[in-house]
Write a protein that binds this ligand. Sequence first.
Ligand code: BDR
Ligand code: CA
Length: 314
Amino acid sequence: MPRKIVIDTDPGIDDAMAIFYALRSPELEVLGLTTVYGNAHTETCTINALRLLEIAGRPDIPVAEGAHRPLVSRFHGPADFVHGKDGQGDTFLPPAAAKPVGVHAAQFLIDAVMSDPGNVTIVALGPLTNVAMALLLRPDLPAYTREIVLMGGNAYVPGNASPAAEANIFNDPAAADIVFGAACPVTMAGLDVTSRIRMTADDLDRFATFPNAESQHMARLLPCYRSFYYGQLGVHEILVHDSTTISWLLHPELFTVEARPVRVETEGISRGKTWPANKSSRPDSDWEGRPAVNILVAANGPEAVRVELEAFAR
Ligand code: BDR
Ligand code: CA
């Protein structure tokens, strides 16, 4: 039986890669995509989610549009310098024929989990606004959720949106603090691992050689992403962010996990910093009574890249 997942996403070049990776993995069944702002405005992310499903030949999978801004703060604006003005590497594809369903993403997430209580995993690839809204609307939702696995945060390494914070958490720290407090298994695939899982120029060049529509689309998107990372790293490599959630679901043996409560700084210059508890915290600290989060702290990067490319090649 494939594992049921629903993907909350702001596509996004690496979101596209993660969505295709999931769709091309028979071990997973994608129940739907829910959209959020982040790499682009929410309307654009919804159009992109529909496009990606059409490219993958899965227009039957529903898309539900979600929040247009964070819970309590303003949206700082799209990451078009990373993902292009259209969130898809400035490829400006025509919109898909399908339309989003008329249900808010937060309600869609609730309905997806409750359609098979205990067996549905939420995979979150963007700011956590929709997931937090679902938890606020249905406080008992964690009791029925198999796992929440999210790309976001930085436990022991610097941020990427600021020295303190990773982009997804930076975009809605209040929502992230709610999600890290959920009483179900929560797995944080943050920069501690995603900044160390890298596709090289040779890896990236392979997408164009795979004869399927998803790989061909990635080959069109990747030059934009690659040139951003060339500016950052000075080498032709990319960091594999969002796909790491899928690698965790398929190959948990590739990761080292540390189980600790996580709190999020919601204000000030360290806004969006994810703080794991440490052993010397006072018993009455702000971490007290919070559930342990599975923080991914190390990974077998080359093997994670190999298994992902294998999914695109088949
Ligand atoms: C995260 O931010 C977004 O730009 C990416 O899609 C990824 O989800 C990386 O920090
Ligand atoms: Ca993303």
